[in-house]
Design a protein around this ligand. Sequence first.
Ligand code: ADP
Length: 452
Amino acid sequence: MLPLLAVLVAIMGYFYGIWMPKLSADAKAGYVREVEHHLDSVGAGLVPLLLGRQLDVIYENLDALMKANPEWKQIVLVDPEGKDLYPLGGRPNIRNQTDLQLIELQKPVFLNDTRLATLHVTVDQGPSIAKQRKHFFEIGIVFAAMALLLLVTMFLLFETMVIKPVHNLSRATKALARRDFDIPLPAVTKDEIGSLIETFSIMRESRRKAEENLARSNKELEQFAYVVSHDLREPLRMVGSYVTLLERRYAKQLDKDAFEFITFAKEGAKRMDQMIVDLLEYSRAGRKSGEQSQLTILPVLDEALHALSLRVKETSATIEVSEAIKDLPQLPGFHDELVRLFLNLIGNAIKYHPQDRAPVVVIDGRRENDRVIISVKDNGIGIDPQFFERIFQVFQRLHTRAEYEGSGVGLATCKKIVEHHAGRIWVESTPGQGATFFVSLPLSGPEPAALS
Ligand code: ADP
């Protein structure tokens, strides 16, 4: 509406500031021409009267002329010698009337080349100017009303044809970002906006289909992962139990080497089982697990620490949770996933430490604008910076199983969980002195695109 008002003000400014003064000047000049024209005919009428020296008739005529034109404040008729022929009783003094807008005009009265007399007329332009002003003011009002009407019509048209459809389209776009495909779209018209709406509608439909396909294939994949892991674990369990049976029943017939081989086979089966379980957990991470809710970080950490209490005891680890953690604002997230995230990070912080020193783990947190950053710092073996990216990939380990137990899926699962929360995870470390894992989570919660 504001731009339309600005246009109205500009039009009115042009009308009153430029057009009206010009019209007014033209009208003034027109009025002078009209009086001069009138004087021409008066002069022509005086010629026979001056020749016949009919002064009485001249007086009567000029008196009548004064009465008929009240704005003619003074008429003086001067003979060629400069003597006033009219008025007889001397010229009236009109100069001290300050409210008059006087103009003086002269009209010599000629017969052929002989000048018989000169008419001097003093006219008050005031009434004529006032009349014009009133007239222009009325035109101005009509003009403003028309301009206003035009602008309001334009605005209404603009509102119906552009603003409303674009507004609705933008609402539908935002809804689409939230994966809401059912917001009604404006009607498709034949103009550019209509074609935009049509294109958007086609795009939304194809996105809806793609989402449906993706959801279906994710479900199938999850089902597949479950079936495969379940089915794979079954024969694996069989291998394990038969090898154990073999060991028990034929203990007397087996030599030392055979026992060693059986142990290797049992361990291999156990390891493979753990890998399948971890892989299954990885495939499930970052998928909707329970309802998203407003979470306080401290109880989430407590739950993870509770699950780790045995390992903490075994390793004589010290776990410090800073005061700042308690002051962190709540954030939206998936409880079970965040417990799993801290379980993995703190578990690693306890695990990757040298034999000669007990683990010390410090968990700290801070708020940075619209995010919360939580860090898990340890005094362990540390990580070479060249592996900072690699350790977040599935099955990527930096150590042998003999050195440290593990399957290399933990950090990949952490990354998936953090990304599911529209967050970021990274590590800083000096090898030999420990590592710090940072998790940054938005207070606005997982982005719609991050949900699956
Ligand atoms: P896992 O612990 O099962 O091997 P992860 O994915 O959790 O798998 O970790 C990947 C690799 O990253 C580990 O093998 C280890 O080398 C390294 N790592 C993880 N956390 C730490 C840590 N706190 N300190 C040193 N190295 C670590």
